[in-house]
Design a protein around this ligand. Sequence first.
Ligand SMILES: [Zn+2]
Length: 425
Amino acid sequence: MKQCILLTAFLLALYTGNFSYAQTLKAAASVRIITPNPLLPVSGGVGLPNAVTSKKGDLFVRALVLEKGTNRIAIVSIDNLGWSSILGNKSRALIKGITPANILIGCTHTHSAPDAYAFPDEKGKTGADLKYLDWCTQQIADAVNEAVKKLAPATLKIAVGEAKGKIAYNYYANELYDPRCGVIQAIAAEGNNKGKPIATLVNYAIHPEVIGSEQAILSPDLCGPLYERIESAVGGVALFMNSAQGGMVTADNRRENGKEANDWQECIRIGNLLADEALRLVGAAPEQKDPVLYCASRMIEFPVESPMMQYIIENSPLKHPHAKPGIVTAQLNLLNIGTAEIVTVPGEALPNIGYYVKRHMKTSHPFLFGLTNDAYGYILSKVDFNSFKRYDYISQTCLGELTGEIYMDAALKLIAESPAAESVK
Ligand SMILES: [Zn+2]
């Protein structure tokens, strides 16, 4: 009997040993340029896109793939205003070796990229280039598939803290924004690049609209300089995932006497400052050597009550599928990556919704990936909906009065049903 126990212990140790070897965290990142050639008109919102004559910087797809044991996830960032789940699902179908529910596709919300929603005008006409969008779906899948092939052992550094300096503010009410910046850095644990970052992901709430859609310029806006600054400082691939930037958290390009700086120089200033702040925050973080990787997903249904949103969904040539009339669905994800807990938002949540959801996460490293897995307009709570005159526009471009409540209920339920992230030491 004693021998049997010893044998069991030996087998268990062997099993556990193998198990922990197989459970090493792996990471890889890949990039594709998606700048259209020739250039295409750019979209800053509903309506036909505006013609462009030049570009500042390139548009990118940036993918980070993480794996632990049999669990594999992809986080994709696209330089665009919003990325419909119709396009996202085309990429998911082309991605090998990752279950579609574990693929998170978000956009940076630059206001100077081609129209990816194929917004119809009053006559049903659209200025979107569907061939370009199809090509982008392939680039997204290629970036993820390439990253899967490059997966290599990694450790993590994770930090959440206040990004200091003149980066963002709330255009509607100056101080009503979340200054927290979340950073996840995957660091090579083996090979020639051991100790160097594979990827640095920055999560922050801001409208990248310094240049905007009316200057005839195609641009990643402040995200381009952010990538460049991080990559030239520490190497690897930089990713930007937006957060709860609705109504109306924007770049702080204010100047004296009510003037604003709206040029590439200002994109560089803000992009560099946010990059420096992200690197400062993560630079002080301890290394997480054997971090947990967890991914859950749910589908949420939203009724479409807004006439403007109904019109877009009915008339866009992207052909939004809806199983039930007047209902759209979105994928909601929750990830635990080491000490970080991440919840996605399928649109532009107002900052108070962001604070509320973060406050309920089981971590002191909360991340919110806004405009991820779809971008169904603004997401307001029922008490904000159709309230201040200031909120007229964002209420019109919100699916309905209960959009925020449906989102918050689903997010809190998913948080409650999921394990906590690892505790911060
Ligand atoms: Zn917006």
